[in-house]
Design a protein around this ligand. Structure first.
Ligand code: PCD
Length: 790
């Protein structure tokens, strides 16, 4: 059971400490990939397909090659001829998965707008970009498809010959017969058809890479915007470049946001490395903002039919879901796990649902590949169950909050095995829900809503409950499901001889604040000042192994590895202290960094003094090696399951359909909180992105398969002025599955916010008989739903 400790008397763990990393980030002294300048460095630009689907008939590079400052122009054929393995592997093998060849540069066909076809290396970035237009590509256009349902159900030429029907996988969870029976026995069955549009991640810093191949030693050093440098090292090595893993160093310096988009192994960074290998010179590539829109993996893209079976007493009897998940033109790294496993296993939401069936058809389309985006799979799944809860409440004529409450998994039933295969670790769902409803004044709001409706004003109250599988672990479970990567994290916790502490960990921050929170964990365990701890991430030569930062795993899995490492170090230090204080280990107490002999407080030694002794090595217990560090691989026994309730209040302008977002209350439970300030920041950012999805965002392809939302003024990321002040609270239900009792928080609010907002808008429109509206809910959609334009 729980080895989480009570945190009330902690010195730094749980404290709202300001972020260590912010001074360099805010004053501009921090190093991002594009800041890396190397001698003899040249610049890469990538020519991309203008078409959604076409055969490449000919590529003429002669004019580009002759241009001033151009050093080399390479095509996909050149990469093939170089003899490198040249595959971009997928890291999640579902049963029966079709895995078409995915090369660094396209050879015979282009399969989406933005597909890379040729690489220009030049003396300056401008010269490289200018030469792109001089490459003559002759295409023969093919019929294309951008919608996942059309891709499978209509007669279109396949994106890949290997998948004639465009189906990459057909995944099922649960037993259909059993669920069908539950549906037949239930008093009501209600269904809803949903479309969750594609989201474009929009990290502040576009992707970039600087590759430096040493011809003498045949070693590759690459700086890149990576959420997981070790995975990138592994994937670049065997599958793509054929360079041994121990001759590749991946460095992720400061990374300006990822939101999932920097997890994946893309062709572009590999091409950067390959060009450096050809030329023996350092090569830099950085995406323009428009390139980011067409090449960074998009998120979501689901078309779903969902059904819920309920009885008259307001209890849910079953859930049945069939979804088409757009995968884009190629299988990105986790593209297959996100819409299948991560999606289907969260469909129980916070509710006790006896029967769940889910089928997911993963479809290739002529679009930018799709992969995890903040909330990955869980956001899509929670959206489905929360929409179902609303339509079912409406069917039963029950208050949607009351209906939800009636179906919550009770607090005394944890750990809870859901009908969707996973075991929820811990939860107090009703407490979080009560806190949120009380905070917003739910009952009064319902009264106000009624009164306003009499005046022809439309107030909507949306309630969103969520639970999330965070942590992506353990390895065994992931392996059973086809993961080609582990679920562990590794750390090295080291006392330096002068008493400072170095923490090396395999996660890789993109803005989450690890240098602060991880220092808090180590400082707490070791009883040292937080300023004595230096946290190092993002360099595979310094940190031998790691998995990285995604799936809201760093606090629980990385933090767990750090806590364990720090405890090992503390216990070794205790033995040294016992030896030097001439007492037995059992008689040595530890308090605030000080080891002391129990009952003789004047006989004591600070842990930092012990560290010095550990490296002096003169006076250590017999057979003890010098040094004071611990390498730890931590593989938790389960995911963590953060949860909570969000509530939104909107008012609709009946003339225009405009939505005024009046209030937003978020109650989140992420277990023990390492740093409340950082957790609040994570929740704020997460809500903003969830609101973005609900009201503004969404990729749009035109009839030619061109992405029409490819600039910041065409794709509506919410501005701060669109958003109300968020009112946040936390409840604390520790996870029993890691040494510090934490759960993830990075994705929670994004998962919660979209369904909460949609619920609020639809609630406002109840008098118009509206039961559902698809995201993004633009004023036009609202206005039409109210009968505008009829
Ligand atoms: N924490 C605390 N406490 C608790 C939990 C947590 O304090 N309880 C904190 C930590 O430590 C960190 C943070 O908070 O610092 C977070 O965490 P987590 O949850 O663990 O997570 P991570 O792993 O770290 O991260 C990741 C996430 C994700 S996943 C995403 S999308 C996003 C988020 O994160 N991204 C981002 N957030 C953020 N932020 C920023 N700034 N930026 C970014 O980019 Mo995916 O899968 O990738 O789709």
């Amino acid at each position: 059971m729980s080895d989480a400790e009570d945190r009330s008397d902690k010195r730094v763990f749980g404290k709202a400490i300001k972020r260590n990393e912010d001074i360099p980030l805010l004053t501009g002294s921090a190093t991002y990939t594009d800041d890396v300048m190397l001698r003899e460095m040249v610049h890469l630009a990538i020519r991309r397909s203008d078409h959604a689907h076409a055969t490449i008939v000919d590529i003429d590079t002669s004019e580009a090659e002759a241009m001033d400052g151009v050093i080399a122009v390479y095509t996909g054929e050149d990469v093939v001829e170089s003899g490198v393995p040249n595959t971009i592997p997928t890291a999640w093998m579902l049963p029966g998965l079709v895995t078409p060849q995915y090369r660094m540069l396209a050879v015979d066909k282009v399969r989406h707008e933005g597909d890379g076809i040729a690489a220009v290396v030049a003396e300056t970035p401008e010269k490289a970009r200018d030469a792109l237009d001089a490459i003559e590509v002759t295409y023969e256009k093919l019929e294309h498809v951008t919608d996942p349902v059309d891709a499978v159900e209509s007669d279109v030429p396949p994106v890949h010959d290997e998948a004639a029907d465009n189906v990459a996988f057909d995944f099922e969870l649960g037993e259909k017969d059993v669920v069908d029976e539950a549906f037949e026995a239930a008093d009501h069955v209600v269904s809803v058809d949903l479309r969750q549009p594609r989201i474009i991640p929009n990290a502040m810093e576009p992707r970039a890479a600087v590759a430096d191949w040493d011809r003498g030693t045949e070693e590759l050093r690459i700086w890149m915007t990576s959420q997981n440098p070790h995975l990138h090292r592994m994937l670049l090595s065997a599958g793509t470049l054929g360079v041994p893993e121990n001759k590749i160093q991946v460095i992720a310096p400061e990374v300006g946001g990822g939101f999932g988009s920097k997890i994946y192994h893309y062709p572009d960074e590999a091409v950067t490395a390959w060009c450096s290998m050809q030329l023996g010179r350092p090569v830099k590539w950085k995406a323009s903002r428009m390139e980011a829109y067409v090449t960074d993996c998009h998120g979501r893209d689901h078309t779903t039919t969902a059904e819920i079976a309920v009885n008259d007493d307001g209890t849910v009897q079953g859930v049945r879901v069939e979804t088409y998940a757009g995968l884009g033109a190629q299988l990105s790294q986790f593209a297959t796990a996100t819409p299948s496993y991560l999606y289907s296993t969260i469909l129980s939401g916070e509710y006790a649902i006896p029967a769940i069936y889910c089928r997911v058809i993963g479809a290739f389309t002529n679009t930018t590949p799709v992969d995890a985006y903040r909330g990955a799979g869980r956001a899509e799944g929670i959206y489905v169950i929360e929409r179902l809860m609303d339509v079912a409440a409406r069917e039963l004529d029950m208050d949607p909050a009351e209906f939800r409450r009636r179906n919550l998994i009770p607090a005394d039933q944890f750990p809870y095995q859901t009908a969707a295969a996973v075991i929820y670790d811990s939860g107090e769902y009703e407490r979080a829900m009560d806190t949120a409803l009380e905070h917003i004044g739910y009952d009064d709001l319902r009264e106000r809503q009624k009164a306003l409706r009499e005046e022809g004003r439309y107030l909507g109250i949306g309630v969103g409950n969520f639970v999330e599988s965070a942590g992506l672990s353990p390895s065994g479970l992931a392996g059973d499901l086809g993961a080609q990567a582990g679920g562990w994290e590794s750390s090295i916790v080291r006392f330096d001889s002068t008493g400072t502490v170095t923490v090396l960990v395999g996660t890789a921050d993109q803005g989450q604040g690890h240098r602060t929170t991880f220092a808090q964990i180590a400082a707490e365990e070791l009883g040292v000042d937080i300023d004595a701890v230096n946290v190092v991430e993002g360099d595979t030569d310094q940190i031998p192994q790691g998995m990285g930062t995604y799936g809201s795993r760093s606090a629980s899995v990385g933090g767990g590895a750090i806590a364990r490492g720090a405890r090992d170090v503390r216990e070794k230090a205790r033995e040294i202290a016992a030896h030097q204080l001439e007492a037995s280990v059992e008689d040595i107490g530890f308090d605030d960094g000080e080891f002391h002999v129990v009952g003789a407080p004047d006989r004591s030694m600070h842990i930092q003094a012990v560290a010095a002794q550990a490296y002096l090595g003169h006076n250590l217990p017999e057979e003890m090696d010098p040094g004071l560090e611990s390498t730890n691989f931590y593989d938790p026994e389960n995911f963590t399951f953060p949860f909570g309730t969000h509530v939104a209040v909107v008012e609709i302008d009946p003339e225009t359909g405009a939505i005024d977002l009046e209030r937003y209350v978020a109650v989140d439970d992420c277990g023990e909180i390492i740093n409340p300030l950082i957790v609040e920041g994570q929740v704020h950012g997460g809500i903003a992105q969830g609101i973005g999805a609900a009201l503004y965002e969404g990729a749009v392809y035109d009839d030619d398969g061109h992405l029409t939302t490819r600039r910041m003024d065409e794709y509506a990321v919410p501005h701060a002025t669109y958003l109300p002040d968020f009112e946040t609270e936390n409840t604390v239900t520790p996870s029993p599955h890691n040494p510090i009792g934490v759960k993830g928080v990075g994705e929670s609010a994004t998962i919660a916010a979209a369904p909460t907002i949609v619920s609020a808008v639809v609630d406002a429109l109840e008098p118009f008989g509206v039961t559902h509206l698809d995201m993004p809910i633009t004023p036009e959609r609202v206005w039409r739903a109210m009968g505008g334009g009829d």
